[in-house]
Design a protein around this ligand. Structure first.
Ligand code: F6R
Length: 243
């Protein structure tokens, strides 16, 4: 595990975009695993800027996103489908038919999850998976549990996650309570993993996830066992670690 400390969020975003750009340049038909949330927004802005300068070509890229709320229509501006189009896909020359997210509009969880597993297998797995880190150590929507979930599954979101996401909705009651998420096995099978973490409110969980014991109670801790992980943290997120 390589941990990179940046002075602030802007540097974090530039560094993360640089790693993704290198992947796209080295393998123009690669599969990128993508994340939503606040942290990667700056990274996506940097990628869009690189595309606009003519430095990146997304035409051969396939993407698979980590997760999607269950029950939100795609056009809802809080759906992850909407987020990805708004922050990245609509601004670069990606073929939208090769962008994939779990189908949050499919009410049958088993059907939605097995269809998404089939997509991930059919594209040959993930070359580079981008992740954010939840306050309870979740990655994707894999919440603390007694064991590590394997492939795509439907989760009941924890109260902590619902409250963290409430800022994007009119009220607590409007936040979806379930989501479809890629499993930990799928994330661990990605050939490279890139984690971005920003802010002092993540300092405690950064310490637990990357310097504490590996346990399904802190889902991100399993990344310590992945052979090719880069974690980019700003100084605030690393403020409880000796680095
Ligand atoms: C997003 C996702 C989540 C977020 C995590 C951190 O697709 O799967 O695990 O990465 O909740 O979110 P932010 O970046 O908003 O702190």
């Amino acid at each position: 595990m390589r941990i990179i400390k940046t002075k602030d969020y802007d540097e974090l975003s530039r560094r993360a975009a640089g790693i993704i750009a290198a992947q796209v340049i080295q393998k123009p038909d690669c599969v990128l695993g993508l994340a939503t949330g606040s942290t990667p927004i700056g990274t996506y802005k940097e990628l869009v800027a690189a595309y606009e300068r003519g430095d990146l070509d997304f035409s051969g890229i396939t993407t698979v996103n980590l997760d999607e709320y269950k029950g939100l229509p795609k056009e809802n501006d809080q759906s992850y489908y909407y987020f990805m189009n708004d922050n990245l896909f609509s601004h670069v020359n990606i073929d939208k038919s090769r962008t994939n997210l779990p189908d949050g509009t499919e009410p049958d969880s088993e059907k939605a999850c097995s269809a998404y597993n089939d997509i991930i297998h059919s594209v040959g797995g993930i070359d580079l998976q981008l992740l954010g880190l939840g306050h309870d150590g979740h990655i994707g929507f894999n919440e603390p549990a007694d064991s590590f979930p394997l492939e795509t599954h439907c989760v009941d979101l924890t109260d902590m996650t619902i409250r963290a996401n409430q800022r994007f909705f009119a009220s607590y009651d409007d936040v979806p309570k379930q989501a479809y998420t890629m499993g930990i096995k799928t994330i661990m099978q990605a050939r490279k993993v890139l984690v971005v973490v920003s802010g002092e409110d993540k300092a405690e969980i950064v310490k637990k996830s990357f310097f504490g014991p590996v346990t399904p109670q802190v889902p991100a801790s399993i990344l310590q066992l992945h052979p090719d992980v880069t974690v980019i943290c700003d100084a605030a997120a690393l403020s409880k670690c000796d680095m």
